[in-house]
Ligand binder design. Structure first.
Ligand code: ZN
Length: 554
């Protein structure tokens, strides 16, 4: 089988592949092209950032030249580069920079970790940490800032508790956010105080967000650092395209600066934040993609409702564990329709966050109205999460051509408490991947990182098992909704690329496509399902360049 063509070979004055060779050749592998089902034993050649050969090993010979880098796969699996269709790259970068305080068994240990991070940070820079839990400490009462402020005097430190419902600030941080003894407790929150009424440094619930709003926003340099760090982490997990769902102009500027300097480790498809008052300015700039396809900003992200855990997802019938509560409509359907129509006029794609069945109904109504009642699959408009949805509404999505952008690990994270929220009679609406496919809804997959871990192997595993990492429950939660591995791989590659208008560039291993691919230590498509999370990425290639190589990989 020979699938090679001369695509992309015109740059070197007519020299043939045989004379010059490819830049990169991977041979003797198990290739999953995804453009066609199944696998083949063979080789891939890359030149000028594009795939110039996919086929059997014998046929790649003419592409091996003196300057070709040749990687012997020894049968290892190669898939198209993985794509996270719903994620937050800048959020991941900021998250990775925070000091990890989980597992600290004493306040001293927390202070030690924060002081070590501060020692490496520029003078005066904020140090953020997360994950402390005083229930693990010998003294289980809330900490007070004194010892922390003494050990870390020169850097404002903001340390979030493991549950996110309290934060500890040092003296420098309290000064920076102008927190004083005179401040009253805000509604829905508390400022913990000592016997004399002075703040101890701990803020609870709404007090956290009030003072967090006074933390200076990240600088351009901070943002670029976060994007690069997040991108490198993504590449190490086999992700070659990620998303940033809901950015503002400051983030867009950081993305554009990195793209212009060719410093984005992976491709990024970003969506404007549709709730920002500056949206109409951004839309007037039109949709945009860089020539190298590393960066696109051609979508708008909106919100229909809240989240299920906090009972903010809008439901058609009340929460089973909170009678009378129908959840929260964040944006009414008419407003969603207004913004969606404006986006359509400017050529932008629309993506609406909807988690509850009423949230999804509101989103579908808005999109249908913006479609003026006519199906528009070519617009590739998306609903994000689609966690709880009725069959008849999925069928409407299928008829209208609306994409379901779902996150397999949300199902396995949420499954312990979803039955309490919904009751047994509504569970057929919960994370219904199979029902969506049966209704003809295009299904694309992601992680929503940093809400969930960014590793797409965890998503693949959750998609095919609907089990947690301990293999529970046996047989999987609502197992009728499981996906096959091929369906899950398509959701993380070809179909995700399509949903981001990148299918002309990436998403499959095909001659002429940009060379984004992953080599796995163990074949995630054939190992026992329980071992998918440990399939391990050996090599990640973006645009023909090796952006990650696991230490010790062959
Ligand atoms: Zn999200």
């Amino acid at each position: 089988m020979l699938l090679a063509t001369a695509t992309g070979l015109s740059a070197s004055g007519g020299a043939s592949a045989a004379q010059d060779g490819a830049d990169l050749v991977l041979r003797h592998g198990t290739l999953y092209p995804v453009s066609t089902p199944g696998s083949l034993q063979g080789s891939i050649a890359v030149r000028g950032g594009r795939v110039v050969y996919v086929g059997d090993d014998a046929g790649v010979g003419p592409f091996v030249g003196p300057r070709s880098e040749v990687i012997e796969l020894g049968g290892r699996a190669v898939t198209p580069g993985l794509i996270d269709a719903h994620s937050h790259l800048e959020g991941l970068g900021a998250f990775l920079e925070q000091v990890d305080l989980t597992g600290a068994d004493s306040y001293d240990e927390v202070i030690r970790r924060v002081a070590a991070a501060a020692a490496k940070a520029p003078a005066g820079a904020w140090v953020r940490g997360r994950g402390w839990d005083q229930n693990r400490w010998p003294d289980k009462s809330f900490p007070t800032h004194g010892p922390l402020s003494a050990a870390v005097p020169g850097h404002p430190a903001w340390l979030e508790r493991v549950d996110g419902h309290a934060s500890l600030l040092n003296a420098a941080a309290m000064r920076a956010v102008r927190l004083t003894a005179a401040d009253p407790d805000p509604p829905g929150g508390r400022i913990l105080r000592d016997a004399g009424g002075a703040p101890t440094g701990v803020l609870v619930d709404s007090a956290e967000s009030i003072y967090e709003d006074r933390v200076p926003p990240p600088t351009a340099a901070d943002r670029e650092r976060h994007l690069e760090a997040g991108g490198r982490a993504a590449a190490s997990l086999g992700l070659t395209t990620v998303t940033d769902m809901g950015i503002g102009a400051e983030s867009a500027a950081a993305y554009r600066a990195l793209q212009a300097r060719h410093q984005l480790p992976v491709r990024v498809a970003a969506f404007w934040s549709g709730s920002d008052t500056r949206l109409s300015d951004w839309l007037s700039g039109g949709p945009w993609r860089s020539d190298d396809a590393f960066l696109s900003i051609r979508g708008v992200k909106l919100y229909a409702d809240g989240a299920l855990g906090s009972r903010g997802a809008a439901l058609v019938e009340a929460y089973s564990d909170d009678p009378g509560n129908l959840g929260l409509v964040v944006t009414p359907s008419a407003e969603l329709e207004r913004v969606a129509s404006a986006a359509r006029r400017r050529g932008f794609q629309v993506a609406i966050h909807a988690i509850g069945d009423r949230g999804n109904l509101i989103a579908i109504d808005a999109l249908e109205a913006a479609f003026e009642g006519v199906p528009h699959p070519e617009l590739r408009w998306r609903i994000e999460h689609v966690q709880i949805v009725r069959r008849q509404d999925l069928e409407r999505m299928g008829r209208l051509g609306i994409v379901a952008s779902m996150q397999p690990t949300h199902a396995t994270s949420d499954m312990p408490w979803v039955p309490a929220r919904l009751g047994a009679s509504r569970l057929d609406r919960a994370y219904p991947w199979r029902t969506a496919l049966d209704a003809g809804v295009p299904l694309v997959l992601g992680s929503d990182f940093p809400v969930e871990r960014p590793d797409p192997l965890l998503g693949l595993y959750a998609a095919v098992t609907r089990q947690d990492l301990d293999g529970k429950p046996a047989g999987g939660w609502l197992p009728g909704q499981r996906l096959t591995r091929e369906e899950a791989l398509r959701g993380f590659t070809r179909d995700a690329a399509w949903s981001l208008f990148l299918d002309d560039q990436v998403g499959t291993l095909e001659v002429g496509k940009r060379a984004d691919l992953v080599v796995f230590a163990h074949d995630p498509m054939t190992v026992p399902a329980a071992e998918i999370p440990r399939a391990r990425v050996d090599l990640t290639v973006v645009d023909g360049r090796v952006v990650y190589r696991r230490e010790g990989a062959p």
